[in-house]
Design a protein around this ligand. Structure first.
Ligand SMILES: NC(=O)c1ccc[n+]([C@@H]2O[C@H](COP(=O)([O-])OP(=O)(O)OC[C@H]3O[C@@H](n4cnc5c(N)ncnc54)[C@H](OP(=O)(O)O)[C@@H]3O)[C@@H](O)[C@H]2O)c1
Length: 254
């Protein structure tokens, strides 16, 4: 659908789910992909199917300085890059009375701190190459108040705000910064609940205007759009890709 021949792309959280689907799509469009995650065997499974000389870098993005150090390793291994997909993230379902400070720190360390530090480490190299595209994977949790997920929603609200702020800082250098807010995407994050909570899958589906869960590919195609020149006049945008869940009224079928 889009042409990314000779582009160098970094995808965090590339070992499964949305990151895996995005890595496959970006490779399919001709890009060389740097795959990032903690679990080597999963990263190797994805890399084994990619055609354009993929690179694997293992990193735990919850650690202090992990984003900065990972950025330095990327530059050392492949040089400056054209596209960064900040996808690695964890959910944090906790009611206000059960959330601990340690859990708050954990979800912010991965979803916010490392996302920004990796971006700051790779931005200057992008500018040297004449520009680039940064794609932050946020969530519709930032667009509508979800129940029992205050810390997670906070991380994604921060991602949206940082997306707009960096778009302002780096626009002159040709670096575009946009965010995608996935709705309900059937990945490992939802696997247990979908299997174990009776009726949950159907109940949630009923709240989606298009009346189906999303899949990794539904997000990957929009990642491709933002990675490619087709989105060349877009920056600072926060776009829901949710089958019409956050903003569209969805009459119940149940
Ligand atoms: N699925 C949804 O419904 C949904 C909805 C809205 C937003 N999102 C967002 O979309 C993104 C991807 O979600 P997903 O559903 O694809 O999740 P997933 O299937 O659980 O994948 C998460 C990815 O992040 C990596 N990761 C997790 N913790 C990490 C850490 N400490 N250091 C480095 N990598 C880490 C995981 O790899 P390792 O475990 O190997 O490290 C994995 O590759 C997240 O930012 C999530 O918040 C998802």
């Amino acid at each position: 659908m889009y042409e990314l021949k000779d582009k160098l792309v970094v995808v965090s959280g590339a070992s499964r789910g949305i990151g895996e689907a995005s890595s496959r799509a970006l490779d399919g469009a001709g890009a060389r992909v740097v795959l990032i995650g903690r679990t080597l065997e999963d990263l190797e499974r994805v890399a084994s199917d990619l055609k354009h000389d993929p690179v694997i870098l293992q990193a735990d993005l919850s650690e202090p300085r992990a984003g900065t150090e990972l950025g330095e390793r990327v530059i050392e291994k492949v040089g400056p890059v054209d596209v960064l997909v900040n996808n690695a993230g964890i959910p944090m379902r906790r009611t206000p009375d059960s959330l601990t400070e340690e859990e708050f720190d954990l979800v912010f360390s991965i979803n916010v701190r490392s996302l920004l530090m990796l971006t700051l480490a790779l931005g200057p190299g992008m500018a040297e190459r004449g520009g680039g595209s940064i794609i932050n994977i946020s969530s519709i949790a930032s667009l509508r108040g979800p129940v029992g997920r205050v810390a997670y929603a906070g991380t994604k609200g921060a991602v949206d705000a940082m997306t707009r702020a960096l778009a302002a800082d780096w626009g002159e250098q040709g670096i575009r910064v946009n965010a995608i807010c996935p709705g309900l995407i059937a990945t490992a994050i939802w696997e247990k609940d979908r299997a174990n909570v009776p009726g949950l899958s159907e109940q949630l589906e009923d709240r989606i205007a298009l009346k189906r869960w999303g899949f990794g590919d539904d997000i990957a195609d929009v990642v491709l759009f933002f990675a490619s020149d087709a989105s060349r006049y877009m920056t600072g945008e926060v776009v829901a890709v949710d089958g019409g869940m956050a903003k569209v009224n969805s009459p119940s079928r149940l």
